[in-house]
Design a protein around this ligand. Sequence first.
Ligand SMILES: NC(=O)c1ccc[n+]([C@@H]2O[C@H](COP(=O)([O-])OP(=O)(O)OC[C@H]3O[C@@H](n4cnc5c(N)ncnc54)[C@H](O)[C@@H]3O)[C@@H](O)[C@H]2O)c1
Length: 361
Amino acid sequence: MTASDRPPVRIGLIGAGFMGRQHIDFIDAAPGAELVAIADPALVAADVGHPVFASAAEMLADARPDAVVIANPNALHVDTAVECLEAGVAVLLEKPVAVDYAQSLRLVDAVELLGGRLLVGHHRRHHPAVARARAAIRDGELGAVVAVSGMWSARKEDRYFTDLPWHSAPGAGVTLINVVHDLDLLRHLCGEVAEIQAMYSSHARGLAVEDTVSLSLRFESGVIGSFLASDAGVSPWGWDQVTEETPAFPFLPDGVAYRIVGSRAALSVPNLARYSYDPSIPADWHSPLSRTYLPVVPRGSFPAQLDHFLDVARGTAQPLVSAEDASRTLALVEAAGLAARSGRTVDVARFRADARAQGES
Ligand SMILES: NC(=O)c1ccc[n+]([C@@H]2O[C@H](COP(=O)([O-])OP(=O)(O)OC[C@H]3O[C@@H](n4cnc5c(N)ncnc54)[C@H](O)[C@@H]3O)[C@@H](O)[C@H]2O)c1
């Protein structure tokens, strides 16, 4: 059976707010997917061209989708995802996988127990430049990776914090809302983080949550990393400004979110500029560097993520971002918070083990 002969995967959307509406557009544009229903208590009286239900349970029972996309508030993620897995449907769950690491473990256990098909929406991993950068690292195109640095800084509008008060309350902050994507990608590119140090500041906005952070990372591979982020500082540096992922951000072509330095070459991401010495000259700091761009076929992360999810739903692919994987990213965010509060270096594996043991006691 060719791809075009296969029946479309029938999808239900749970939560049709800012992100959920974007998922509607992605599903409508995907030949292999069909949106069959929406569950959102705020939309029951609205005419949105699809059957609308007040709850996920009602939608699952009545519309019987093959798969769901969950884009409801973070605090509902784990309960909703477990409910859908128990109903036997495949799940694309928006990030963060849960509001905290302890809660995410409940989902990890449920996926394993139920043999569930679940993909977490860390969409950047599906960007073609990320796959190419990962291959360059894996295949030694940079030599041995020595270090990585990254930045995400963009000044959010003030009403971002006043219109939605949870944005300025503990449980939010630039680390969990934005840097979670970068930490996930750094793990994807450079492997697990062994140790983390952090400095947080609320100085620029004066809110209860951090607006600016600096992180130091030691990866298990021995690679050293640093990451700087702020939602108060104007800058062109950050994934959202240097990709065309969302029209909500201006696009600055040839921009850089991450810099990876190896023993033979350097690579910036996502513009994939590779800097190296000509093989005919000595490979040291006095020689001129040449720059080439690694070729890649452009594609948005979100459509690529949906295509992958259709394969996960059909049972023909394992999820690129599993619940277990995403929960490790969440643990890293929490370990960063602990490092910032305590001023100590946090051993990430021990942090995860302690949190798991606490949850079981
Ligand atoms: N991947 C990304 O880059 C990205 C970007 C933005 C948001 N997100 C994630 O998407 C999710 C939604 O964020 P948002 O910005 O769209 O929030 P939002 O507040 O705009 O939308 C949430 C929607 O969920 C609905 N909802 C509330 N309770 C519900 C329930 N019990 N059942 C079904 N629906 C319910 C609300 O009515 C609302 O329409 C969050 O998890 C967020 O972290 C991801």
